[in-house]
Design a protein around this ligand. Structure first.
Ligand SMILES: [Zn+2]
Ligand SMILES: [Zn+2]
Length: 267
């Protein structure tokens, strides 16, 4: 764990769209690519901030991502929304309770919390009779909040939820310090642009080149990234229409494709 309380270090756990890349049964050039950056697990993110270890979303590849990155602690989970590719790995948080029984907060918008409560009824509304359940506590949020360590006395880490739209559905991105993570969106409201000033690094949804009703295209993401003006933007949630080496070479300065395992510090 980092000793510098001001340091933020981010690792992109997964950068693929809901199918993952390669796509099951597909023989296209991207799905057959030998470039490891073309192998995209479902989107999730690890953030070390103020000595805390935070996860954004727990999709179907969560267990393998945590093993790959050797993440030994989790203090809290931030959920962006309740689609399958962002939540279904939730139960794989159980090993984080083997050596530490303190509850783990899971932050989510009320609409997302309601779905999580139904999907994982045995965790959130169970009668406690099944002893193996993770001690997850759903916390509904609609305003900035602070996260405390599950492991030791530390200063709490402030988080700003950023409302974005995924088609017609409102959902959250998150800002920690000068880092913001905005997945699964095709519209950022004006009020949210105001919360995205002075970023060092932005992570932003960019599905493919052709239009989609709930995701930014690469071109739309570039336009939004330019307006936000972070020093560096990484694009995520790409389909198998995007060949990493070819696409990345054509992106403007300060904008690059993310890939699984990419880590960076935030100033
Ligand atoms: Zn998604
Ligand atoms: Zn393919």
């Amino acid at each position: 764990m980092p000793s510098d309380p001001a340091r933020i270090r981010v690792t992109l756990l997964g950068t693929g769209t809901s199918t993952g890349v390669p796509v099951i049964g597909c023989t296209c050039p991207v799905c057959q690519s030998a470039d490891p950056r073309d192998r995209r697990t479902r989107c999730a993110c690890h953030v070390e901030a103020g000595g805390l270890s935070l996860i954004i979303d727990t999709g179907p590849d969560f267990r393998r991502q945590m093993l790959r990155e050797q993440i030994e602690r989790v203090d809290a989970v931030l959920f962006t929304h309740h689609h399958f590719d962002h939540v279904v790995g939730l139960d794989d948080l159980r090993p984080y309770f083997f050596g530490n029984r303190s509850p783990m907060p899971c932050y989510a918008r009320p609409n997302t919390a309601a779905v999580l409560r139904r999907m994982f009824q045995y965790i959130f509304d169970g009668d406690g009779s099944y002893p193996g359940i993770p001690k997850l506590e759903l916390r509904e949020i609609d305003a900035p909040f602070e996260i405390h360590s599950r492991y030791e006395a530390r200063s709490p880490v402030p988080v700003i939820p950023i409302e974005v739209y995924h088609g017609e559905m409102p959902m959250f991105g998150y800002r920690l310090g000068r880092f913001a993570y905005l997945t699964d969106t095709n519209r950022i409201p004006e009020s949210s642009f105001a919360l995205l000033e002075d970023l060092d690094v932005l992570v932003l949804d960019a599905l493919r080149h052709t239009a989609h009703p709930t995701h930014f295209t690469i071109e739309e993401a570039i336009a939004a990234a330019r307006r936000i003006g972070a020093r560096q933007t990484y694009l995520i949630h790409m389909t198998h229409n995007i060949l990493h080496a070819e696409e990345d070479a054509h992106l403007p300065d300060g904008i690059a494709l993310g890939y699984d395992g990419l880590s960076f510090n935030v100033d």
